[in-house]
Design a binder for this molecule. Sequence first.
Ligand SMILES: [Zn+2]
Length: 136
Amino acid sequence: MAAPGVRPVPVPTKETQPYWDGCKRHELRVQQCAACGHHQFYPRLYCTACMSDRVEWVTTSGRATVLSYTIVYRPVTQAFAGDVPYVVALVTLAEGPQMMTNIVGCEPEKVHIGMPVQVTFDDWTEDIAIPKFKPV
Ligand SMILES: [Zn+2]
């Protein structure tokens, strides 16, 4: 757990390391099932559509659509106090999976459901880049 006022930097695990390696290269990766083609995020040991264990990492197009969002005016920790107001959103990737993210690169009030967005990366450390989305 990060100390108050310090950003909680994600710690990769064996299962998530390929995802973070992709982010570091500014590539958004999800898993795809080699048996049925299903894309999934977050990473799992098995395909959630057919239970095959033949899941592989693929790089997405980085395109997505805003499914839902909220504007945060009161930071959850002091680590994000300098960022308010900011947008927390659920986006649907062009490949199908949904992910929680931030919308950046526009005024929070301009964000809307159905808005087309494109991934962008915020380099937090030498090894951790956080995927966020900006208007197309
Ligand atoms: Zn499958």
